[in-house]
Ligand binder design. Structure first.
Ligand SMILES: [Zn+2]
Length: 297
């Protein structure tokens, strides 16, 4: 298993070593480890005693399946009591949030295609290869019958005042850069199951089934698609996410968790998912920060 903060490797199910590692890093005031403990283990006392059981608890899913655990962690982080500021912004969006979305997502989208290509090439399972192909080919094959997300993004950006050469040449904010660096590292160095957990699973945010599973808000309010001032290109981009990417994300969850259990890699999948979720949270925050920069222009 691996540390869900820095990826350090431990023997399978060695929660004791993992909890010691977390405690040691908290003791030396390492911010990412401290934040993890504060968020997932609130109230636990890492200074006083061994907190192996509490750490183990984070990974436990006695009721339900591994896929339910993934969905519940995603909802808890982005859609529950205190929904993420980006999700909040998408309920009654202003033009600036689409501008921030376009710039920050543009960089992320390139990494997605690269990560999914790695997963496709590394996996020996045909169903996984086919699933990743559905995400890779529309972006890279000029004659693909499927709609390219890149093209949809460029049209969306253009409709809110960002020409495609600006989109291409803009550098993202540091949190997006940092997150993309992590995803690239996972893509290049880790098992395909972990690549799926790091990026395919993030697309679950588009899935309408999250609301049924307890999300307080959808990825964007349905009224956005009826709102008159919002350009058709924005609506098309958003609809594609829900209609095309959402179902693929659900399939990836089913496949990824099934193979992780078959191959005995459940905890690795869980760790990398938590690590990636944190990176994704920061990337979403960057979209909001970027939107504010547009507002103040
Ligand atoms: Zn660590």
């Amino acid at each position: 298993m691996k540390c869900p903060v820095c990826g350090e490797k431990y023997n399978k199910l060695d929660y004791q070593m993992l909890s010691r590692h977390l405690a040691q890093n908290c003791e030396r005031n390492d911010t990412p480890h401290l934040e993890f403990v504060k968020y997932y283990l609130p109230g636990s006392n890492w200074l006083a005693s061994d907190f192996t059981n509490e750490v183990k608890e984070v990974f436990t899913f006695e009721k339900g399946h591994l896929s339910d655990w993934i969905v519940s962690k995603l909802i808890q982080r982005l859609f529950q009591d205190k929904p993420h500021p980006f999700i909040e912004s998408m309920q009654k969006p202003k033009k600036s949030i689409f501008q921030g979305y376009a710039i920050e997502y543009s960089y992320y989208l390139k990494q997605r295609t690269r990560s999914f290509s790695f997963a496709m090439a590394k996996s020996d399972k045909e169903d996984v290869q086919k699933l990743e192909a559905k995400l890779v080919f529309p972006e890279l094959a000029d004659d693909s019958q499927l709609q390219s997300q890149r093209v949809l993004l460029e049209d969306m950006a253009e409709s809110v005042g960002i020409p495609s050469d600006t989109l291409e040449s803009s550098m993202p904010l540091p949190p997006t850069l940092h997150s993309v660096r992590l995803w690239n590292n996972i893509a290049e160095n880790e098992h395909w199951i972990e690549i799926m957990a790091s990026l395919n699973f993030m697309d679950l945010v588009y899935s309408p089934s999250l609301v049924k599973a307890g999300a307080k808000l959808p990825y964007f309010a349905p009224s956005v698609l009826e709102n008159e001032w919002i350009p058709d290109e924005v609506k098309k981009f958003l609809s594609h996410s829900v209609e095309y990417l959402g179902p693929i994300a659900e399939q990836s969850l089913e496949m990824g968790t099934k193979y992780a259990e078959e191959l005995g890699q459940t905890e690795d999948l869980q760790s990398v998912f938590l690590r990636s979720l944190e990176a994704f949270d920061r990337h979403l925050q960057a979209r909001v920060t970027r939107a504010k920069q547009f507002e103040s222009k």
